[in-house]
Design a protein. Sequence first.
Length: 213
Amino acid sequence: MDELRLEPTDWLIYARMDESTNLLLLQWVTPWLMAVVDSNYKFIMFDVGGHGSISDGGCLQSTTFYKKLTDGRLQLPPEENIENTNTVLPYVFVGDEAFGLRKEFLKPYNRRQLNYSAKIFNYRLSRARRVVENAFGILTGRFQIFQIAIRIKQVENIQKLVLTACYLHNFLRCQTSTVEIMNSDEFLTSSPMVKLQTLPTGNSQTEAIHGYD
């Protein structure tokens, strides 16, 4: 299963001199990368943004992915039977607590309301999410520029830099075995990227809860 993941980090835009006040100004921006990751740790859909004018909670709604999802233009596969059963289930995205509850997303149950079945569900969901955690770990491990504050003269170049890294990441993934990554702890260390803020559930909560049950 795939997962949506938001991982922002602060980057420094080059210092500039304000001619009206003769003060040296430092401008900071917080870019974010939203990606859908497949089982081979490749980014199959990703969006980059963040010029300091949007909160973490609004990043998902601002992506092309989310707009196509809500408009029904994402062309997701139809529901299918689980092999050797009569159970029909939809295709979903695996996410974390920060995403609002929707029928297309699977997210963990609230830790304060866990029974035995919910604990098992959360455990198995976390194993699926490990793939995307590793994907971002591979990205930041190979391109260590994402682990530091970066001096960029033009804000627009941030998007180009991140998108280029994602394309190169996918190219390198085509040359690497999935088993090799699964058997390695190299990318399972803590990431310099920060956690998401929780998004509101909106009007799709009831439909999503029905899907869980």
